[in-house]
Design a protein around this ligand. Structure first.
Ligand SMILES: [Zn+2]
Length: 455
């Protein structure tokens, strides 16, 4: 019965094309359709997980949950699923039915990967919702798409492929090759849409700025958060819009897409129930989501680790699904130190006006003596010539834009120091952690060892 309801909803909502879904949503406003559908799907998901997953059966039994009564996230009280649960629990305890594929992600906190398994029907369904998102962004079947996503255990490429297959648009997969090679080889395919991660797209645009860009319809970026400075640069080179997608491996890379307003993501309400937990006074908190209609490895109230807020009011683009802001950072990147509670977004704001060599930078909190020291690690093209000027600019912006932190600085609660690197020196892995707490390591080693390694 539950399977029948789930399949019927899929058939009604997705029909046989993204155009059908968009027409349906223009007749039945999402505000009316979604709450009822989400309540049914949340109940179905919880019951299914309880009956098929050892992890959830044990978890719900431990909290005496009566799964027959669950309709919404709040009914589960303080029960969540965390990244640590995925790392430490045998994946067999999560998997409920035969998988067809799996992907993994290391994130920024641990070298241990999280492995997520998917069934054939899930890949198909995510293709349908992904295609609807691409349609919403403006991609049509007559467009030609070139993707440069890294395929090694990573989900972004397969997600895009499943979505474009359903949309019916021609696509070519270059893989994450050198942007110079991509530039040389892609022209004959006459692609008018490029897709890649932000740092790769930035390098491609640097190549195109020197050697010449050609007309493209749009550029889609996924995989990392992109600063507005990088977006503006890429848009100026290609003279088109750059739109971002929001995805995590745990959600088949398919959580939300930007519209032309470029001020947040319309999330995928058909496949997920979103919550923001522990919000601050401005509404920013951790994004938590529950996966709907997943028969292989459903996740109940999964703590994403990403910090954002719900955007209130109806978006002027006309799309009525839930909207969340651009990500402000990672929960696990927040650090309490002599400066106060600090997050990477603050330093992004401080460094944004400066002409740095790259978007790669890192703030290390170290403690060589008794006092916390914030070490700015920055890539500069001419460290000897420009270092001093950059140091002065950073202190001036800190004083102007963050008066409370500046006060702590003038009171001597923490110190600031600077280290400059040549371009490309800071990043050693796929992700570079922007804010790192190295005080524990310092205490353990008894000497100040400074690591600029990405994770
Ligand atoms: Zn919108």
């Amino acid at each position: 019965m539950e399977n029948f309801i789930s399949k019927s909803l899929e058939l009604v909502i997705f029909g046989n094309s993204p155009a059908w879904t968009m027409r349906l949503l223009s007749i039945i406003p999402e505000e009316k359709l979604l709450p009822a559908a989400q309540s049914v799907l949340f109940g179905i998901t919880t019951r299914y997980a309880y009956h098929h997953s050892r992890f959830y059966r044990q978890l719900f039994d431990q909290y005496n949950v009566n799964v027959k009564k669950i309709r919404k996230p709040e009914d589960l009280g303080a029960i969540f699923t965390t990244g640590e649960d995925l790392r430490k629990t045998p994946v067999e305890d999560f998997v409920c039915s035969k998988p067809i594929t799996a992907y993994q992600t290391t994130g920024t906190t641990s070298p241990l990967p999280k492995r997520i398994f998917f069934s054939d029907s899930e890949v198909r369904k995510y293709g349908k919702t992904g295609a609807t998102g691409l349609w919403k962004m403006g991609i049509r079947p007559e467009d030609r798409v070139a993707s440069a996503f890294d395929y090694s255990f990573w989900i972004s490429g397969p997600t895009l492929k499943a979505s474009l297959n359903w949309l019916g648009a021609f696509h070519i997969e270059a893989g994450k090759i050198d942007p110079k090679d991509f530039y040389d080889q892609i022209k004959p395919y006459q692609c008018n849409v490029f897709v890649g991660d932000p740092s790769w797209l930035l390098r491609l645009s640097e190549v195109a700025e020197k050697r010449g860009a050609w007309p493209v319809k749009m550029i889609l970026a996924g995989g990392e958060n992109m600063t507005e400075k990088t977006r503006a640069y890429i848009e100026s080179v290609w003279k088109t819009d750059v739109l971002l997608t929001y995805g995590q491996t745990e959600g088949y890379g398919n959580l939300g897409v930007e519209c032309r307003q470029k001020d947040g993501y319309h999330v995928n309400d058909f496949m997920f129930k979103f919550e923001i937990i522990n919000p601050d006074q401005d509404g920013y908190g951790e994004i938590v989501y529950t996966t709907f209609s997943r028969n292989c490895m459903p996740l109940i109230r999964y703590r994403s680790g990403d910090v954002a807020k719900f955007v209130k009011g109806h978006c002027s683009c006309g799309f009525g699904t839930t909207k969340i802001s651009k990500l402000r950072g990672r929960v696990d990147e927040m650090i309490a130190c002599g400066m106060g509670n600090i997050s990477p977004w603050m330093f992004e704001q401080i460094l944004k006006p400066l002409a740095l060599a790259s978007e790669d930078w890192q703030i290390g909190v170290v403690r060589p003596g008794n006092k916390d020291v914030l070490e700015f690690r920055i890539e500069l093209d001419d460290p000897k010539g420009r270092g001093e000027q950059v140091e002065k600019s950073i202190l001036r912006i800190l004083e102007q834009d963050f008066p409370d932190y500046w006060k702590s600085y003038t009171m001597g609660l923490f110190e600031i120091q600077f280290r400059f690197f040549d371009r490309g020196r800071l990043r050693t892995g796929r992700k570079l952690k922007h804010l790192v707490d190295e005080r524990t390591e310092l205490i353990r080693n008894g000497k100040p060892t400074i690591s600029a390694a990405g994770v």
